[in-house]
Design a protein around this ligand. Sequence first.
Ligand code: GGG
Length: 353
Amino acid sequence: MAPLRIASIPGDGIGPEVVSATIQVLQQLSKTLGTFEIDFTHVPWGTDYYKKNGRYIPDDALTTLRQFDAVLFGAVGAPDVPDHVSLWGLLLAIRGPLQLYANVRPVRTFPGTKSPLDTAKKGIDWMLVRENSEGEYSGQGGRSHVGQQWEAATEVAMFTRVGIERIIRFAFETAQSRPKKQLTVVTKSNSMRNGMVLWDEIAASVAKEFPDVTWDKMLVDAMTVRMVMKPQSLDTIVGTNLHMDILSDLAAALAGSIGIAPSSNLDPTRKNPSMFEPVHGSAFDITGKGIANPVGTFWSAAEMLSWLGEKDASNKLLVCIEEVCAAGFVTADLGGSCNTQQVVDAVCAEIQK
Ligand code: GGG
């Protein structure tokens, strides 16, 4: 059997800790199930690489990544490098050119996780779909009169018909594949009268192809209220790069902790390898202490296995993570006292049961 070829980019901060934890768990899963083999190649891009080479990734980075079936990414960001330099140098330098335009972020309340919401009723089960290639993160704009009193800066949110159509269609397909068949399209088309209105128009047009999906639209500000006050009224949610970046952090916190939240950066055309990463960042305040929550990366790895066709292995990993959380083997962000390795050991033991 040909092994799954995975490029692992641990990156910065707690990235190396959660990626190493996940490699241990995936190797155990492969050994126990015997249904797939997996081969990791360490790719050392991150802030240390930047400090040595003056850049986050080499010229042939995309050619390198295209040799793999998928990428497992940790985190990016360092205290002594401006965040826009590290983010654009590494993560956005991969997402954009590889056209990983669909950023899928499932959010669920896990057993053993404490939500700030009164989720005793039913809990949260959402699928967030973030446009991942344009909009507010197009990198368009500039600065003039730098350092002067009349200094000016523009940040242009550039939307294209192709870019909007493909993410809206992807979101309708995602909604259609879920039991509720329900989609909410998030915009801000009252105050932003160009790109956001184009989103509304395209949503209404694409919706006609999906008569079995119930859909509605929400302004992003009202959406924050609905997520908190009426969580059960939502299922699949789609929005722009910036809006969903913010809403997915809110969603993760409402589900219990950003430490468990996964993220898949997908090229739905499958021309390029997709990239899987926890939603959280480099968390320098806890780096090196061995206490980072690895569950967001485990769950991202489960999404990666599913994307690569290993659905049984993916389901097994998810069930094991949930069992371990339910049994209380959780890190401090979830109210537990486990360190990272104890969570790894608990998941590996659960896999072998
Ligand atoms: N685990 C990925 C990571 O380090 N994310 C940090 C971050 O700021 N991401 C912004 C984004 O996802 O656009």
